[in-house]
Design a protein around this ligand. Structure first.
Ligand SMILES: Cc1ncc(C[n+]2csc(CCOP(=O)(O)OP(=O)(O)O)c2C)c(N)n1
Ligand SMILES: [Mg+2]
Length: 684
């Protein structure tokens, strides 16, 4: 069964991975056994002979990253984490003297509260670098991880002190390679010549519906060559010497990313299910598990059997290599800290998720101004002010930097390109999906990464935003052109349902500032939050800069919603986010003149408001004032909770229209007159 290059110990370890995976899936009566069985030798060779990873230091910044993009093969990763003896870390990334995964954890695969969920989840299981399962995301993440490594190396490595020199490996399946995000990721990585990036493609000719030939016939190798990748083929997933040579050729390639295409057979060794899509997503069945163990020359019982030599072998290979590399790195770091104390201090802060002292000291404040500025433009100023103080804040746009105002213009900011990996302005090209996914890889590497596009195209990156929220990582999205207020480009570009759609994502902060000073406060509020992603939602059009001498301070943004303008005993509450706040302010003044006592509430961020205590929320929106009007250039969805049954909404219930700003706003009812009339109507 073993090829000439495979020793008994190799084979023993490989079969341990296979049988643990089969047993785990069988015990759970749910999961994906076939892919781990086929890929065991591929992952084993990488981990035992190449991967730079110290199981005792799972958060060591210098480690290689291993990403299982085909997250359905999670038992493969869990088996490896167990066999490698990776130690568990706590919330702060400190080891706690316990294994990341015990055999019992493998026995509890897919059970409530176990650290072995159906698909690998970051935060949940030490050794899992990123959450995968939605195919293609791991590949997108891997590009971000690789960009981050390249950037960190450029900024922090010094002659004789090479702190960052790690590689990023992603194991992927047909689905990853078929998904559009996989293509975006490959195209970007090829362009950027990320030679620290290695994808291993499991070319097994099988997906859920059957043979890949049902839907997939392109020449993948030719495609990747065209992207500028180095491509290596391994004809047989069980041929360890071919695998070794392939990994070595990746290490020997210094000007481009590498794709290793491995021909494998799903469910390898299973007498009745090998090469069948039946081995993909269902347990083999007790009988077939037994027959397969027979075929491997493996005892049928006990289940979850791990020969002692296998753990010892992982420890003698991956473990010893990793420990030595870590020790050498620590020594380098000590020397580095003596020679470059300031840079070393930055690295400490990155690890601790801290911001530099005085990071917000350059944030401008904006004088009252009736003509005002677009919040996108205020954002550009604030972003530059904070990025100048946070050296590891890097980002860019999906080709819309001049519109999104995401460009960092200060001295030395530079551009990140194929020949220059130290620049801070990233250029994602028109690839929103991989932008979102790469941001996740970058923030998982400690960088404070941001990405911009038009709000309407947040749809193109939604799966990655969702994963950032699920992982609780601080990706920052800068979404501009946030409503029909963008005008002439028309309904294809005018977001209508997007605020509601983003607010529907748990743990995502959606912040829509109403003027330039709210933009400043939005940055001040979200940047210290390192365990949630945030979306800033900004206008194309100018908005008046509210007179904060006359009205309340914009510092209220930190509470998510606050009273901007008030009366002694308000009878009606006008609420708005973003560009619609100024309509409410004007309506408020008119109502006051008419003798109608009103209150204006700015609501830039519902999630932060919901996080305030009951007393604060009641002070902003007293239950007794039921006459309420909400104004937002989006759909009503979600506003009901603030409007109650007596309130009315001024918003969108259709797509927009292509016309100049004034006309389109009027056409959809965004006028001071309409807000006044609606306020009077709710008072009746
Ligand atoms: C974006 C996305 N779409 C659909 C799925 C559901 N799904 C899981 S695996 C899979 C395809 C399985 O084929 P392949 O990727 O070749 O994996 P293999 O079975 O060969 O391991 C699909 C469609 C998914 N996980 N992610
Ligand atoms: Mg497949």
């Amino acid at each position: 069964m073993a090829s000439a290059s495979t020793t008994d110990l190799d084979q023993l370890a490989i079969n341990t991975i296979r049988t643990l995976s089969m047993d785990g899936v069988q015990q759970a009566n749910s999961g994906h056994p076939g892919t781990p069985m086929a890929l065991a030798p591929v992952a084993y060779t990488l981990w035992s002979e190449f991967l730079k990873y110290d199981p005792a230091q799972p958060t060591w910044p210098g480690r290689d990253r291993f990403i299982l993009s085909c997250g359905h093969a999670s038992m493969l990763l869990y088996s490896l984490i167990h066999l490698a003896g990776i130690e568990r870390v706590d919330e702060r990334g400190q080891t706690v003297g316990q294994p990341a995964l015990t055999l019992d954890d493998l026995r509890n695969f897919r059970q409530l509260g176990s650290p072995t969920p159906g698909h690998p989840e970051y935060h949940h299981t030490t050794g899992v670098e990123t959450t995968t399962g939605p195919l293609g995301q791991g590949l997108g993440n891997s590009v971000g991880f690789a960009m981050a490594e390249a950037w960190l190396a450029k900024r922090y490595n010094k002659p004789g002190c090479e702190l960052f020199d790690y590689n990023v490996y992603a194991l992927c399946s047909d689905g990853d390679i078929m998904e559009g995000i996989g293509s975006e990721a490959a195209s970007l990585a090829g362009h950027l010549k990320l030679d620290n990036l290695c994808w291993i493609y499991d070319d097994n000719h099988i997906t859920i519906e059957g043979e890949t030939s049902l839907a997939f016939s392109e020449d993948v190798a030719a495609r990747f060559l065209a992207y500028g990748w180095h491509v290596v083929k391994v004809g047989n997933a069980n041929d360890l010497s071919a695998l070794r040579a392939a990994y070595q050729s990746f290490l020997d390639t210094h000007d481009r990313p590498t794709l290793i295409i491995v021909r494998s057979h799903i469910g390898w060794g299973s007498p009745n299910k090998q090469d069948s899509h039946e081995a993909h997503g269902a347990p083999l069945g007790e009988e077939e598990v037994a027959l397969t163990k027979d075929a491997y020359g493996w005892p049928r019982e006990p289940k979850f059997y791990v020969p002692d030599e296998v753990r010892e072998h992982f420890s003698a290979t991956l473990g010893q290599r990793g420990a030595a590399a870590y020790a050498a790195w620590e020594e380098t770091l000590e020397q580095y800290a003596r020679q470059h104390p300031e840079l070393a201090a930055e690295l400490k802060q990155i690890q601790a998720h801290q911001l530099p002292k005085g990071w917000d000291s350059g944030i401008p404040s904006f004088p009252a101004d009736a003509k005002g500025v677009a919040t996108r433009s205020a954002s550009g100023k604030v972003l530059n002010a904070v990025a100048a103080k946070i050296p590891w804040m890097i980002g860019g746009s999906a080709d819309l930097a001049p519109s999104n105002n995401t460009h960092l213009g200060f001295d030395g900011a530079g551009s990140f390109g194929p020949q220059e990996h130290g620049g801070r302005n990233l250029h994602f090209g028109i690839r929103e999906h991989v932008m979102g996914s790469a941001l996740n890889g970058m923030v998982l590497s400690g960088l404070r990464a941001y990405g911009g596009t038009f709000l309407v195209f947040s749809d193109y990156m939604r799966p990655a935003i969702r994963l950032a929220a699920l992982m609780r990582v601080p990706a920052l999205y800068i979404f501009t052109h946030d409503s029909i207020g963008l005008g002439e480009d028309g309904p294809t570009h005018q977001p209508v349902e997007h605020l509601a759609a983003l607010r529907a994502i748990p743990d995502l902060l959606v912040v829509r500032p109403a003027d330039a000073n709210e933009v400043a406060e939005a940055y001040r509020t979200v940047l210290p939050i390192h365990d949630r992603p945030a979306a800033l939602v900004l206008t194309r059009q100018n908005l008046p800069t509210i007179d904060r001498g006359k009205y309340a301070s914009a510092a209220g943004v930190a509470q998510g919603a606050y009273v901007v303008a008030d009366s002694e005993q308000p009878r009606v509450i006008l609420m708005a986010s973003g560009s619609e706040l100024s309509l409410c302010m004007e309506a408020y003044e008119a109502l006051q003149k008419d003798g109608i006592a009103a209150r204006v509430v700015s609501m830039p961020c519902w999630e932060l408001f919901e996080a305030q205590d009951e007393a604060y929320r009641e002070s902003v929106l007293p239950a007794t004032i039921t006459a309420r009007v909400a104004v937002e250039a989006g759909v009503v969805q979600g506003w009901e909770r603030y409007l109650g049954t007596a309130g009315k909404f001024v918003g969108m219930n259709s797509f927009g229209a292509s016309a100049p700003l004034k006309d389109v706003m009027k056409r959809f009812g965004f006028t001071v007159e309409n807000v006044i009339a609606t306020a009077k109507a709710v008072l009746k």
